[in-house]
Design a protein around this ligand. Structure first.
Ligand code: KOT
Length: 839
């Protein structure tokens, strides 16, 4: 990283410049200049948002030289580039992260304080860009951070949703959704690039004809056209000059398309067309791990994929490279099947628009794409009714049919006389209504297919993608997820960062494996005490937040037992509730019973149409209302639901957690990444052998992990042999009491109907094996309570958990992708290279 300042010894030889200098005095001047010239305010009139904006622009100025140099050097060198295609990027606020990656957080904090302001309060002003639902979108954001930090040429491509994930309010215990107007006050981090707009066709039909040279050709005659405008955001790496680009597309009506309507005087008709076009990038679909088959959703997917591929061809041509080198210039990662239509779109662009032969186009396509699968849930596997698909993308449907014919021929050769295999593997599901299977398209069109944790990849091979594994064993790889320690430790847990750095230096920030050196301190009484004090202070901060937002007073000496993630039945928030109700029942039956005091904290959103998930939120709030007011449990149990769980709130929660709940049904959670963020901040995990929990436990040691529940294999066996949840209900008195309490109306003012769907679903179906795992979970929680009473032992375990998180840095994940899938190398960015820019 280079600094332009006379005062800073790190920047000998560089010119202090009002726009790029990082000395405290220059930063202060830039801040006040922006307040005046950009916000049009002086201090007496400025709002906190004006101050935030002034600082954001000052920091953006410091990114620009790096950003421009990065682009210039990549262009000059024609660098091989990763394009990460994702319908979601859950970035979280930019300002704090940029201060960390520029390594000027403390200087800026001090400078801001000298002006009588508080940096923390300014950071709070930033509306977070919530352009994702949860794990999948946040993973994309962590990966962009690591790509920049590792100096890998890369672009993130996605959609600039006008409304991101909804804001969650709680009214009478129920979730209420409010639109997320994140762009209301402007977005200082993006720059529109209308000069790179592209056109995207939709609908209509295809024309087969013979051209002037007697060649057979196909032309797509659309009935609608939209314009994609790119908006670029710089993604700065940590302590490096590399600033990569996140390029998000907005849909607009093309200026010329409705010329006829305007000319014929149909003004309102023409404006209506404009509104329809702009709807495409209007709102993020709020479903996590499920797919609804809506046409607008397919339109969004196709829109951003087509914009991005056309943009990449523009870049290639701009570098005077032939189209035959597309796959040498770009490695495209498909973040699940949301962008999988790219396989057919690249074929169309190469064949129809650039007149390439089918075989050449197919070879380039397969060598370009790689596909990451993020889910084992059948309801999340995307399929589109053939009719809907053909009405939007008639040419792509033809291409997919042709691909399918050729692919099924290959299958026939490898597995002769096996019709059922052909119908299982076909790109078209013809078992009933006909569907296009996007996962199959992604598998056929990619040279690499990966799961996101070791167990998940194994289950893909054995089950969901079994036929494809038999067909193409060499394509399958595992890439265990990771998280960025910059946002989820350095930025969010400064006190712990400082303690760690005081012992082992600061190189762990870019080389997380070095945390292992902390093991030497795990039993040092003084270190243990410092570690505990920091956790305690973080818990006090969260307690203050809870008091402010929920009006509930919680005890920072109690176990902070936290479950924070999207609401889904497979994630089993309800199992956590059964534990709470069980403890409550024990206290009611025996008021003197000894129980380690706990604060149960929940956070998470439910998909607006997911009735059961929303009812579970209502049940948590109802149980909280009763327990928090009952004098019998005072000082022992508290239950808190924190509304509107998002990246900002997650950054407050992880540092304050003692216990991380990772309790999904084994075989259902592909990986999980919250599990990694909690452990990195010193929380212990109670969890099943699911997703990345398996690897976390391997790393931290079985003795430092609270394991319970059936294995994935046992779950399958139980399902196969006929699972009867009622047996557990009948034979387990405490379980029966807990369920009866909920059914009885005890938590619902006597209403026995309200929670009936929840109780009935457990007793009669229990798809996710809560009752089968109940006793094991309760017993394990008993062990947690006991362990917490021995604070030295607990602290020892907590230190070892953090110390052994090295594997779960997204830097490690990205290095694995670079080496084993993308075959891409770092490019060093310097600032003094005046050959490429006039700096
Ligand atoms: C959503 C719709 C369709 C297919 C997959 C999803 C999906 C999967 N959304 N989020 N995920 C999560 O992705 C994370 C990152 O890999 C995983 O850690 C997590 O287990 C998935 O549930």
């Amino acid at each position: 990283l280079q600094y332009n300042s006379f005062e800073d010894p790190r920047c000998e030889g560089y010119l202090e410049d009002g726009r790029t200098g990082m000395s405290p005095s220059t930063l202060k001047r830039a801040f006040l200049n922006n307040l005046f010239y950009v916000q049009g305010k002086f201090k007496a009139l400025a709002t906190p948002n004006d101050y935030y904006m002034a600082l954001a622009y000052a920091i953006r100025d410091r990114l620009l030289q790096r950003w421009i140099n990065t682009a210039a050097i990549y262009t000059a060198q024609g660098s091989r580039t990763v394009a990460y295609f994702s319908a979601e990027f859950l970035m979280g606020p930019h300002l704090g992260n940029n201060l960390i990656n520029l390594d000027i957080y403390k200087d800026v904090e001090k400078g801001i304080a000298e002006m009588g302001l508080n940096l923390g309060e300014l950071l709070e002003q930033e509306e977070e860009p919530g352009l994702g639902n949860g794990g999948l979108g946040r993973l994309a954001a962590c990966y962009l951070d690591s790509l920049a930090t590792l100096e890998i040429p890369s672009l993130g491509y996605g959609i600039r949703y006008e409304f991101g994930i909804f804001d969650q309010e709680i009214e009478d215990g129920w979730q209420v959704e409010i639109t997320d107007k994140w762009l209301r006050f402007g977005n200082p981090w993006e720059i529109a690039r209308p000069e790179w707009a592209v056109e995207v066709k939709l609908g209509g039909h295809t024309d087969h004809y013979v051209d002037d040279h007697g060649r057979y050709r196909i032309r797509w005659v659309p009935d609608q056209q939209v314009t994609g405008i790119p908006y670029d955001t710089p993604i700065l790496g940590c302590q490096t000059n590399t600033a990569n680009t996140l390029r998000l597309w907005t849909a607009e009506a093309p200026e010329s398309f409705n010329f006829n309507a305007f000319n014929s005087g149909d003004y309102l008709g023409a404006v209506y067309e404009k509104v329809v076009s702009e709807n495409i990038s209007k709102v993020l679909y709020p479903n996590d791990d499920s797919s609804q088959g809506k046409k607008l959703r397919l339109t969004q997917q196709y829109f951003f994929v087509s914009c991005s591929l056309q943009d990449m061809i523009r870049i290639l041509v701009g570098q005077e490279l032939p189209l035959e080198k597309f796959h040498e210039k770009f490695a495209v990662q498909l973040n699940d099947t949301h962008p999988a239509i790219a396989v057919a779109e690249l074929m169309r662009l190469l064949i129809d628009m650039h007149h390439m032969s089918w075989d050449s186009a197919w070879s380039i396509t397969q060598r370009t794409f790689a596909y990451t699968n993020h889910t084992l849930l059948p309801e999340a596997l995307e399929r589109w009714p053939v009719e809907l698909f053909g009405s939007l993308l008639p040419r792509h449907l033809e291409i997919i049919y042709e691909l399918n014919d050729r692919f099924l021929d290959e299958v026939r050769i490898k597995f002769p006389e096996d019709d059922s295999r052909l119908s299982r593997m076909s790109l078209i599901d013809e078992s009933g209504e006909r569907y296009v299977r996007m996962a199959h398209l992604a598998c056929v069109g990619s040279h690499a297919i990966n799961g996101v944790a070791a167990l998940h990849t194994e289950l893909l091979k054995q089950d969901v993608l079994y036929d494809f594994y038999q067909m193409y064993p060499g394509k399958f790889q595992n890439k265990t997820n990771g998280v960025t320690p910059r946002r989820f430790m350095v930025l969010s847990n400064p006190a712990l960062t400082e303690l760690v750095t005081s012992k082992i230096g600061d190189t762990w920030i870019k080389n997380l494996g070095e945390l292992q050196k902390l093991e030497a301190w795990a039993d040092n009484p003084e270190f243990q005490q410092q570690w505990r004090q920091i956790k305690q202070a973080n818990k006090q901060e969260l307690a203050a937040y809870i008091q402010k937002h929920n009006g509930i007073i919680v005890d920072p000496n109690s176990i902070f037992d936290i479950l924070a993630k999207r609401f889904h039945e497979y994630k089993r928030q309800y199992l956590d509730l059964l534990h709470i109700v069980t403890l409550y029942n024990r206290i009611k039956a025996n008021p003197d019973i000894e129980i380690t005091p706990r604060t149960f904290i929940f956070g998470g959103k439910a998909a607006p149409g997911y009735f059961m998930a929303k009812l579970i939120i209502k049940l948590i709030n109802s149980v909280a209302d009763v327990i928090n007011r009952d004098p019998d449990v005072r000082g022992r149990l508290k239950v808190v639901f924190l509304k509107n769980y998002n990246v900002k709130l997650a950054q407050r929660i992880y540092p304050a957690a003692d216990l991380s709940e990772q309790i999904s049904t084994a075989g259902k959670e592909a990986s999980g990444t919250g599990n990694m963020k909690f452990a990195l901040n010193g929380a212990l995990t109670i969890g099943t052998l699911d997703g990345a929990n398996v690897e976390i436990r391997e790393e931290v040691g079985a003795e430092n992990f609270f394991l319970f529940g059936l294995t994935a294999e046992q779950v399958y066996a139980k399902r196969a042999s006929g699972y009867n949840p009622m047996e557990y209900y009948n034979s387990n008195a405490e379980l029966r009491l807990a369920l009866d309490r909920i059914a009885s109306g005890f938590f619902s003012h006597g209403d026995t109907e309200l929670f009936k769907p929840l109780v009935d679903s457990l007793l009669h179906h229990d798809q996710y094996f809560l009752l089968a795992d109940y006793q094991s979970y309760i017993d394990c929680q008993e062990q947690v309570g006991l362990a917490y009473r021995d604070q030295d032992r607990w602290t020892h375990m907590s230190i070892l958990n953090a110390a052994r998180m090295g594997k779960f840095s997204s830097d490690r994940s990205i290095q694995d992708y670079c080496r084993e899938i993308w075959k891409v190398e770092p490019v060093t960015i310097t600032l003094e290279n005046s050959e490429v820019t006039d700096s």
